[in-house]
Design a protein around this ligand. Structure first.
Ligand code: ACO
Length: 323
């Protein structure tokens, strides 16, 4: 059995902050941000637009796109590093909001690799025949974890949610590789708000995302092509047979470097970070939904999805587009 994507959805906050707005907050410029990252704008959650709100909307959009009712969903996995609360889980809150009364629900934290891990975990359940349908969601309000005074990180991130519905079928293509390197975890961190400084009633600086950008960059440009090569070998496929490479939208220069290392045209690497910035676990499902709704994916297309991020964690999965 293989879980096939039969619907996608996404939801981003209405408010948009362009680079010019950030240039009024920290010492930076539109030109620097575009040139060094590829980001022009990001969507920022306001008021009722919590992680659960965005996730629930994206989930409903995905179910509608799949032509499925919420009651048909048997498993919900929500990937997030910016949940609204520790408990109940984001997945259980999604279940409540959309009325997926028959689903088993849990969250997963693998930072920017979260959606990929959710996809692989759902595949494991579907391929064993434990569940027949799964809803996987990547949802973030990173604006809550961003230090808006730190120009080395605040220029990168945005808020949003993406979702996909998987249905178990008898035959099809799926392969995956995932890796974690906890030894290098220190290059990308964010401490729990439980460590809040109660004496001063202020959040400690380490409760915002801290990143050694150069190290993360070096890790991504070396490990993503390695994971893709390993995946292709496992699937016994040649890189030329792949129609689309959907990479985590962290930095356009990382994506261009991976395309070059794989000797593939950049046209096979869709990019939407100009509009959304880095939305961590939401970036890949938002991109998948954008492509689906733009009619850019054809039945039978071979798609490699690759994520990388805090942990450190990284990996790649191969799916065949069947919608
Ligand atoms: N505006 C203007 N100047 C800046 C800014 C800014 N926003 N930020 C840094 N600079 C300056 C620096 O101070 C430095 O100046 P100096 O040469 O006088 O010292 C210069 O620009 C170059 O700084 P670098 O840090 O070397 O810039 P770099 O080219 O490495 O770009 C960036 C920084 C964009 C953060 C890059 O390293 C990057 O994208 N790294 C990867 C991040 C990533 O992929 N994260 C994904 C995982 S996220 C997750 O899992 C949640």
């Amino acid at each position: 059995m293989i879980g096939k994507v039969c619907g996608t959805g996404s939801c981003v906050p209405a408010e948009v902050w362009d680079n010019q707005r950030l240039a009024e907050m920290v010492e930076t410029s539109d030109e620097w941000i575009r040139e060094r990252t590829g980001v022009a704008r990001r969507h920022i959650a306001r008021g009722e637009e919590t992680t659960v709100y965005l996730a629930s909307k994206a989930s409903m959009n995905a179910l509608e796109n799949a032509g499925m009712k919420p009651e048909e969903v048997e498993l919900i996995i929500a990937a997030t590093i910016s949940p609204d609360q520790i408990m109940p889980s984001t997945a259980c809150e999604i279940q409540k909001n959309i009325g997926a009364v028959n689903a088993t629900c849990f969250d997963l934290n693998a930072a920017c690799t979260g959606f990929l891990f959710a996809l692989n975990t759902a595949q494991a359940y579907l391929s064993q025949g434990i569940y027949k349908t799964a809803l996987i969601v990547g949802a973030e309000t990173l604006s809550n974890l961003t230090n808006w005074k730190d120009r080395s990180t605040c220029i990168l991130f945005g808020d949003g949610a993406g979702a996909a519905v998987l249905k178990a079928e008898e035959t099809g293509i799926f392969a995956q590789v995932t890796h974690s390197d906890g030894e290098k975890g220190g290059v990308l961190t964010c401490t729990s708000r439980n460590r809040i400084d109660y004496e001063n009633h202020a959040a400690a600086p380490e409760t915002y995302m801290q990143m050694d950008g150069k190290e993360v960059f070096k890790f991504a440009v070396s490990k993503v092509p390695e994971a893709i090569d390993e995946l292709l070998e496992k699937a016994q496929m040649d890189v030329q047979q792949i129609d689309h490479f959907l990479l985590h939208q962290a930095n356009e220069r990382i994506i261009r470097s991976v395309a070059k290392r794989l000797k593939q045209s950049i046209d096979k690497f869709p990019i939407n970070m100009e509009e959304y910035g880095n939305t961590s676990s939401a970036s890949i499902p938002i991109l998948l939904d954008n492509l689906n709704r733009a009619g850019a994916l054809e039945k039978g297309d071979k798609i490699i999805i690759s994520g990388f991020g805090a942990g450190l964690s990284y990996g790649a999965s191969l799916i065949e587009w069947q919608k």
